[in-house]
Design a protein around this ligand. Structure first.
Ligand SMILES: [Mn+2]
Length: 485
């Protein structure tokens, strides 16, 4: 308890320090925060050695690589962003935190930028000792000698086999037990500290600004990628170095495609656009979706669907509080969606557990943090299938209803997904009744997504900056953007 309080005070001081300088906040680096996390993990280990490897560089074409981003768990425990690195945690050893990093190389650094090198990783990142990365595999058996447990997540294919063969050797007395350390790290990541919540608020705030600008700028004839570019310009201008995930800007029929990322259609008056986006800031990702009418006014049919999704989302948000199970939220949202669909005639049976899933095909919540679909188990720690919310968790709430032009055409093939044996006759009857209604709503996809922090007393809506109400969106769309002035 005492330690938590001290940690909290340290975090607050660090936050204050970070707010003093935009540069420091943009890097969001604090040696002590990362040291605490490593200590927390080491407290959970039963001796042994934990091994973490950096994300590998992915080649794009010829000598061009994809933009590098450090592995989220590696970053969470070190703050270190360079590729070709690894580190060990050896609780109880004289040197508990051992880093292996790229060698400093003036010629390479001239091309590709500064490297910290071994000395820098000790000074800046707090390694007790550090070596160059090419010594990693050579030195590892020495660190494993006489230890009974190795904590490693098997996430680097090339290295996995090397480690396994090291463990099989008779010589050198290597560990016999392999344990996944991420089961501990991911539980830690699920509960966000004040330091992390501040970073999330920054990324979510920037994403809200991007939504506002997209609402102001969007007009018929604009290409989806133009809207995407406006959004990402707002990210950069506010200090977000990259997207947390590829921006989804889906108009017209694309609004009904859940993870549409092509973003190359020209929008038309009468379309809605689903804009599902998240800036990254200090490695933390936002995830906020707004659906807007391209011409600035929702049609009657669009409004009808929109109001159902909004009511379902609000009902879900209202329930968020410590002690509530995630499936209770899921069920509440599904109930509101079902009632709405029944009212419109898009389902014919309120008790059917497959009809509504044609229009509402995805789960409404996921954890949010370093990864947009963040780490942390969705199962209850009590063995139950859903988790009890605790203060410090951050979840999205994102129901959606999608009326695709083919939604009713492939039902017979898709029925296996319903997880039960629905008779063809039942499906054909359903299609006959519902098709005329579905035609009215064709190509309307509505998703509304917000990010919610579970607090001691209830909840905090982190993504309130971009409006969700129909009138507020239409009013915002009347305003001028710097883009089309
Ligand atoms: Mn999401």
């Amino acid at each position: 308890m005492k330690r938590t309080l001290i940690c909290h005070i340290i975090s607050c001081l660090l936050l204050f320090y970070c707010m003093q300088s935009k540069q420091a906040a943009a890097q969001s680096f604090s040696k002590e925060v990362f040291a605490q996390r490593r200590q927390q993990l080491m407290d959970k280990m039963e001796g042994g050695v934990a091994i973490f490897k950096s994300a590998t560089v992915a080649n794009r074409n010829n000598d061009v690589d994809y933009e590098y981003r450090q592995d989220s768990d590696f970053y969470y425990l070190t703050g270190f962003e360079e590729p070709e690195s690894a580190f060990l945690l050896i609780p109880g050893a004289e040197q508990e935190f051992v880093m292996f990093v790229r060698q400093r190389n003036p010629a390479m650094e001239k091309w590709a930028g500064k490297r910290y090198g071994a000395a820098g990783s000790m000074k800046v990142f707090g390694a007790d000792t550090a070596f160059t990365f090419h010594k990693f595999e050579e030195m590892l058996p020495g660190y494993l000698r006489g230890k009974s447990k190795v904590y490693y997540s098997m996430n680097d294919e090339e290295f996995n086999n090397k480690l396994l063969s090291m463990m099989k050797r008779r010589r050198g007395n290597p560990p016999k037990h392999l344990i996944d350390p991420l089961q501990f790290v991911h539980e830690m990541r699920l509960i966000k500290s004040a330091y992390e919540i501040d970073l999330l608020k920054r990324s979510i705030g920037i994403t809200g600004d991007a939504h506002l600008e997209a609402m102001k700028a969007t007009e018929p004839g604009m290409y989806e990628y133009e809207i995407e570019a406006i959004i990402e310009y707002i990210y950069r201008r506010n200090g977000s170095p990259r997207v947390g995930f590829p921006s989804i800007v889906g108009s017209g029929l694309n609004s009904t495609v859940l993870h549409y990322e092509t973003n190359n259609r020209q929008t038309r008056s009468g379309d809605v656009v689903v804009i599902d986006i998240g800036a990254e800031f200090g490695y933390y990702s936002a995830d906020v979706t707004r659906t807007i009418p391209v011409n600035g006014r929702f049609s009657k049919e669009q409004k009808e669907i929109y109001e159902i999704v909004l009511a379902a989302q609000q009902a879900g948000i209202n329930m968020i509080a410590p002690g509530v199970r995630t499936n209770e939220i899921r069920e509440k949202i599904a109930e509101v969606v079902k009632n709405g669909l029944y009212r419109l005639g898009l389902i014919t049976d309120l008790d059917s557990n497959w009809q509504y899933r044609i229009w509402y095909p995805h789960g409404p919540c996921h954890w949010l943090g370093l990864d947009v679909h963040d780490a942390g188990s969705y199962r209850g720690t009590d063995g139950k299938r859903s988790r009890i919310l605790e203060a410090g968790m951050v979840t999205t709430v994102e129901p959606g209803i999608y009326v695709g032009e083919n939604s009713l055409d492939n039902l017979l093939q898709l029925r296996k997904q319903f997880g039960q044996d629905v008779q063809a006759e039942e499906i054909n009857n359903f299609i006959d009744k519902v098709r005329p209604v579905a035609n009215k709503y064709t190509n309307i996809g509505i998703r509304i997504e917000d990010d919610v922090l579970v607090t001691e007393r209830g909840r905090e809506l982190l993504s309130a900056k971009a409006p969700r109400e129909i009138k507020a969106i239409e009013d915002m769309m009347k305003k001028a953007s710097f883009v089309n002035k």
